[in-house]
Write a protein that binds this ligand. Structure first.
Ligand code: UDP
Length: 235
């Protein structure tokens, strides 16, 4: 096993699959199956999910909403996704708890590091919902924060793309993928790994980021068992 404790960041957008909005059940089921398989190996898994498939704070501003309220709506969207994933993991025969950044019982337990670690000992996957609990942040930053807090060995950024490229591979056919990068190289080349707040947090706290394609079944297992896929960014 390459990693014993991971923080998996799933974007809300990836959860849409080919749909234009919301949760694609095929993608959700595939995520749940992969997470359960890896949890069965004894890997401790913390998960942070985005909410962009349902609501983004900035899009609320463009519709005339107050930014803080828009961001709160975005954070609630991450809770919806988290409950859907919890339900899918349970449906796949696994055990998962939802922790929330702000008080929301009985939807989920209020997040503390201690409760997450206790959950790991009891064999639960910890889905850490509600972003950081603060507006003007993103779930990229929430995943960096929670990853550092729970002392994960790596932040796995599961996306629709299989790594970090010289340009956007969905737009530029000549884009080339990096297998490994340092934080400094990624910064100097202005490569989009995560937003800068998250990126800095990971770099300063020595938490490597592995960007990989989570929408291909079996990839999460490959990552935790040490097969080199995706792009690894480290100090
Ligand atoms: N958000 C926030 N604070 C946080 C995390 C998220 O205000 O700590 C809000 C923000 O409005 C964001 C939305 O939640 O637009 C959804 O999160 P994000 O955009 O990171 O989701 P993703 O793009 O990964 O689906």
């Amino acid at each position: 096993m390459k990693y014993k404790r991971i923080l998996l960041k799933l974007s809300g957008e990836a959860l849409m699959g080919d749909d234009k909005y919301g949760i694609n059940t095929q993608v959700l089921t595939s995520y749940a199956k992969q997470i359960k398989e890896v949890a069965d190996l004894g890997v401790e898994i913390g998960i942070v999910i985005g909410g962009g498939n349902i609501f983004r704070g900035l899009s609320g501003v463009s519709k005339g909403f107050d930014r803080v309220k828009g961001d709160q709506m975005g954070m609630l969207a991450t809770v919806i996704n988290s409950l859907a994933l919890q339900s899918a993991i349970e449906g796949a025969g696994g055990k998962a708890k939802v922790f929330t950044a702000t008080k929301m019982e009985p939807v989920g337990e209020l997040y503390t590091k201690a409760k997450v670690l206790e959950g790991f000992q009891q064999g639960y996957v910890a889905i850490i919902a509600g972003g950081t609990g603060n507006p003007f942040f993103t779930t990229d930053t929430a995943s960096a924060l929670r990853g550092v807090e729970i002392e994960a060995e790596v932040l796995l950024k599961g996306t629709r793309v299989d790594g970090v490229y010289t340009a956007d591979p969905e737009k530029d056919k000549k884009a080339v993928k990096f297998d490994e990068l340092t934080f400094t190289e990624a910064y100097e080349k202005k490569l989009k790994v995560m937003d800068l707040t998250a990126f800095t947090m990971c770099s300063e706290n020595n938490l490597p980021i592995l960007v990989f394609d989570m929408n291909t079944l079996g990839n999460l297992m490959k990552v935790v068992t040490g097969e080199r896929i995706g792009t690894l960014v480290k100090n």
